[in-house]
Design a protein around this ligand. Structure first.
Ligand code: ADP
Length: 745
């Protein structure tokens, strides 16, 4: 059998202390719960960063292409504008000279004009216009006054030859080093209509060269201008000006590609590096070019992409960290929850165990109580016979010795009964089934009973019996009359029991503020040692055993008394001086029904004592008939014998059935009906009697050996007229019958 299971009523209680095997599967599942989402996030981030990088590259490529083309067009436009202006000036000047020639102007006049015009152009436009000159009517005329060397033949110069080739159009002469200034210049020439004279204007390339600074992309790369023949007109690197592009490292293919593209861009690889080239063809088949390495161009984009990657990585790491902590928190939370659940299970288990323990204790207690109740019943029934018969002996015997023996039997019988009652009470208190039965009662009647039951005992021991009753005690109160009597009686009886000489005093008062009945019982007896005071109220505790050896007792009385007082919202306390005496105080909370003060009780008691007649039978009713029903013949005999003195006619029935048979034939003044009978119980019999109206006017008194609390109320509720508990004491029997039968005494 598994030791972790406790089998009770077929219910398995799984101990929470069971050590469970570590669930590897669960641990693996938890790990994969962390890793899979992170892995997915990582994949997502990679896709995202690749995608954004590509997008970024695409955007920047199209952006750069746009910017590149914008730039080149803007520079081209400036250049074209410059060249156009220059051409226009040349054109107009040539027209004017042609006009002047035709009109017969002299060479001197034409030279003056050229001089004037040269100055004007330089002033109006740009210092780059170096001057206007020409070959007119077989003579070289120079607007800035340059004197050519003797061997200078204009017809052999490029400016003349180019103009001639252009055939009346304005032509740009490729750059050359000016013999005069050493500057690189271009000439713009035009031949006059006579096919002989040429007007030309020199323009320094400084302006065009200055445009090279603008031929860049975002400050990267370099620009140059090349003409149709591959001659470099302007170049970022000034030394290259006037050289042929084919001499460049680019090679011939590069120039072909420029010419092929014309307007647009292309890429090529140089020294293992990809370059992007923007080209724009302008007038006279000049090509404006920007050449930039992609590496340089995209360096920014690349660093942007790199930053992107870093940001993505940082975000991923942060997500991973947050996720990890979240996961850890969740794990801790789950662990805490698990711990809480474990605690709950533990508590549940403990509660169940406690319940089981309580149930079994209750069960044992119930069994004990049932046993005690049965025992008490079983003992009471023969006690009924013993006490009843003993009463008969006392009454009928004339032998003094026999009477003394009978008295001893009577006293022992009463002690035995009180022990049974105490044990029964204690078992009820311990099993929590002791209940107070609250009724209206007259306090003076309780006092009467106590005085009646104790005064003679004290006097017999030679003790002074003092009674002090506060006249202001409310006359009628509400509470458990029987238990109050029991409490006070126990204290007074103890005082008498444990006092050899001196006095026993009872003082009773009522605390109106707290509604407490305060009963103080003081004696001049043996007292109690200080050390014993604490355990005095424990059950089965008798203190000072040696001194009390000869005094009968069980050690239950004070325990029951205190517990009953506590049930009433009060307490029992003790003060004592060893060897001198003790004072027991009972404080009992009671409700007031009638505030009328009880008055001078002691005075009334004295009067009644004085007028009290000697004991003798008070009931004599020779005409009365009673029916006694009990399954025990001895009991029947006891009652009929006890009632002999009353001369009442007693009819006996041994069962409920017999009782009913008799009642069908006869009628009685009182019926005494035993409760516990085999076959029909007293209650069953009563029901038939009532149902069949067999004894409507007859008081039916319940007889029972069950000394349970509230028994009287229960039987009255069931329809009985009155209640008598066994063993039946004659005084009680007589006083009960007196309520229903008229005595002739
Ligand atoms: P018992 O049946 O022994 O009287 P109780 O519970 O009534 O049981 O009392 C417990 C013990 O307290 C007694 O055995 C006795 O030693 C002590 N006791 C009770 N009342 C007094 C008293 N008035 N004077 C001295 N001792 C007392």
């Amino acid at each position: 059998m598994n030791n972790n299971y406790i089998r009770i009523d077929n219910v398995d209680i799984n101990s929470p202390y069971d050590s469970k095997p570590v669930d590897i599967e669960v641990a693996k599942r938890n790990r994969s719960r962390l890793i899979i989402p992170l892995f997915l996030i990582l994949i997502f981030m990679i896709i995202m960063s690749v995608y954004t990088s590509r997008q970024l590259k695409n955007v920047s490529v199209s952006n750069i292409t746009e910017v590149g083309e914008d730039r080149i067009h803007s520079v081209s436009a400036q250049l074209e504008n410059y060249l156009y202006t220059t051409k226009s000036v040349t054109w107009v000047t040539a027209d004017t000279v042609e006009f002047m020639t035709r009109n017969g102007s002299s060479s001197k006049q034409i030279l003056d004009y050229l001089t004037e015009e040269s100055e004007r152009q330089a002033a109006q436009f740009d210092e780059n216009y170096t001057g206007i000159y020409g070959y007119i009517k077989g003579e070289y005329l120079d607007g800035v006054g340059w004197e050519p060397p003797a061997d200078y033949k204009p017809q052999e110069r490029d400016w003349y030859i180019t103009a001639k080739e252009a055939n009346g159009d304005t032509a740009i002469v490729p750059p050359y080093v000016d013999a005069q200034t050493g500057n690189v210049i271009i000439s713009i020439s035009r031949m006059l209509k006579n096919g002989r004279d040429v007007i030309s204007m020199d323009v320094r390339l400084n302006y065009i060269q200055s445009l090279m600074d603008e031929l860049k992309l975002k400050g990267k790369g370099y620009g140059f201008i090349v003409d149709d023949t591959g001659l470099i007109v302007a170049h970022k690197d000034e030394d290259k000006k006037g050289t042929l592009i084919n001499d460049e490292a680019h090679g011939e293919d590069f120039f072909h590609e420029i010419k092929r593209v014309g307007n647009g861009n292309f890429t090529y690889i140089r020294d293992g590096v990809r370059n992007i080239v923007f080209v724009n063809e302008i007038m006279d088949h000049w090509y404006v070019v920007i050449d930039v390495s992609e590496k340089e161009l995209y360096a920014e984009t690349k660093s942007q992409m790199f930053v992107n990657m870093i940001i993505c990585t940082v975000i991923f790491v942060m997500i991973a960290i947050f996720y990890y902590f979240g996961y850890k928190n969740e794990k801790n939370y789950a662990r805490r929850m698990e711990k809480m659940k474990m605690e709950e299970r533990k508590q549940e288990y403990e509660t169940k165990m406690l319940k089981i323990e309580k149930d079994s204790a209750d069960q044992a207690n119930r069994a004990k109580s049932v046993f005690l109740a049965n025992m008490s019943h079983e003992i009471r029934t023969p006690m009924n016979a013993i006490i009843g018969m003993d009463e008969m002996i006392l009454r009928e015997s004339d032998d003094e010795n026999i009477k003394r023996y009978a008295k001893d039997i009577q006293s022992a019988g009463k002690t035995l009964l009180s022990i049974i009652n105490d044990i029964l009470d204690l078992s009820k208190i311990e099993s929590g089934r002791m209940e107070l039965v609250q009724v209206r009662y007259e306090f003076s009647s309780i006092l009467n009973d106590i005085v009646n039951m104790t005064m003679n005992k004290a006097k017999d021991k030679g003790l002074k019996y003092n009674l002090e009753v506060d006249p202001n005690i409310p006359s009628i109160m509400f509470g458990d009359e029987i238990r109050i009597r029991q409490i006070i009686l126990n204290l007074v009886n103890n005082a008498i029991k444990y006092t050899a000489e001196g006095s026993v005093s009872m003082s009773v008062s009522f605390d109106k503020v707290y509604r407490k009945l305060v009963v103080k019982v003081t004696d001049t007896g043996r007292g109690i040692k200080k050390d014993d005071l604490d355990r005095l109220f424990n059950s089965f505790q008798r203190v000072d055993q040696t001194a009390n050896r000869n005094i009968e007792g069980t050690g239950l009385g004070l325990n029951i008394t205190k517990q009953l007082a506590e049930m009433m919202g009060g307490d029992v306390t003790v003060e004592s001086e060893y060897g001198k005496g003790s004072t027991f105080t009972a404080e009992l909370v009671q409700q007031i029904v009638d505030v009328t003060p009880i008055g001078d009780y002691t005075e009334r008691l004295k009067e009644s004592m004085d007028s009290k007649v000697e004991f003798g039978p008070t009931l004599l009713a020779p005409n009365a008939k009673i029916l006694v029903v009990d399954d025990n013949e001895m009991n029947l005999m006891v009652i009929s014998e006890l009632l002999k003195v009353t001369k009442i006619k007693v009819t006996k029935a041994l069962s409920g059935e017999e009782c009913i048979d008799i009642l069908r034939e006869d009628s009685f003044d009182v019926i005494l009906l035993d409760q516990m009978m085999p076959g029909m119980s007293g209650t069953d019999t009563l029901k038939v009697i009532k149902d069949e109206n067999l004894a409507d006017a007859t008081p039916i008194i319940a007889l029972t050996a069950d000394a349970i609390v509230g028994a009287k109320e229960i039987y009255l509720k069931e329809g009985f007229t009155d209640y008598l508990s066994k063993p039946i004491m004659y005084e009680e029997l007589e006083s009960t019958l007196l309520r229903y039968i008229d005595s002739e005494l």
